[in-house]
Design a protein around this ligand. Structure first.
Ligand code: SF4
Ligand code: SF4
Ligand code: SF4
Length: 239
């Protein structure tokens, strides 16, 4: 039987489109990838076919009824749906979402808005974490999909990668770093450049928030307001 290239659609909901910029900035490999698939829908590139899809890559969070309905339509016509980036995976929870409270955005169109992850409305087969997503993980996912291999996100935390890079731990300098509870895969990029991890990749599988709070207290580090709030989300599919 003749090989048929998988039909791929790329979509943006509420986002800064930074994850799509990451995707298209893999200059040396993107043409290999695009050569292996049929790009059926992508507003950024002006491609619009509207047929059924093998893979839908969806960036951005759901912030309105219109986006909820659009996402459900994308899901209906796609065999595989990929949540692409922190906005899609967590609703931008670590960056724009204030957990249980609605944000008073003081916008002219809506006074308050919610920012929800895709899983809240549809089934999601794969998650690509990070704000923005990492180029290495994009390539890993595409390779796995094209070869029909299973794809699993990293189970270890950011500290595991930070220690491998022999970084001086920021906790010892009184900095509130979220590395111990955050999913790895970014090669500890922030602590490597002396900036604390803010948890953009979501919780690691073995995240122990209580233990991190204890460490912060022992080291005299001010506990960020959101950290105790995270505890109630452990084990939740929305985080
Ligand atoms: S995850 Fe970050 S980079 Fe990606 S769309 Fe959302 S805000 Fe932009
Ligand atoms: S700097 Fe942060 S990520 Fe690195 S080892 Fe310390 S706590 Fe972990
Ligand atoms: S170090 Fe933390 S905040 Fe920085 S990219 Fe990695 S997970 Fe995100």
């Amino acid at each position: 039987m003749a090989y048929r290239k998988p039909r791929v659609g790329i979509f943006s909901l509420s986002s800064c489109e930074g994850c799509l910029v990451q995707l298209f900035s893999i200059e040396d490999r993107i043409f290999d990838i695009l050569g292996s698939v049929e790009l059926a829908e992508c507003r950024l590139l002006g491609v619009e076919d509207c047929g059924t899809l093998d893979v839908a890559i969806v960036e951005g969070a759901v912030t309105s009824k219109e986006e909820e309905e659009r996402l459900i339509e994308i899901r209906k016509k796609s065999k595989i749906l990929i949540a692409f980036g922190d906005c899609a995976c967590h609703g931008g929870r670590f960056l724009v979402k204030d957990f249980d409270r609605e944000i008073d955005a003081n916008l002219p169109r809506v006074g308050k808005f919610k920012s929800e992850p895709l899983d809240k409305y549809v089934e999601v087969e794969y998650h690509v974490y990070g704000c923005p997503v990492s180029r290495e993980e994009i390539l890993e996912l595409f390779k796995d999909l094209l070869l029909g291999r299973p794809h699993r996100p990293k189970s270890y935390n950011v500290c595991a990668e930070c220690i491998l890079r022999e970084n001086d731990c920021l906790l010892n300098h009184g900095v509130a770093c979220m590395g111990p509870i955050t999913r790895g895969g970014c090669r500890a990029i922030c602590p490597t450049f002396k900036r604390e991890c803010i948890g953009c990749r979501g919780l690691s599988e073995d995240a122990n928030i209580e233990a991190l709070i204890t460490i912060f207290k022992e080291k005299g580090i001010e506990i960020p307001e959101y950290l105790p709030l995270l505890k109630k989300y452990v084990g939740s599919e929305t985080l």
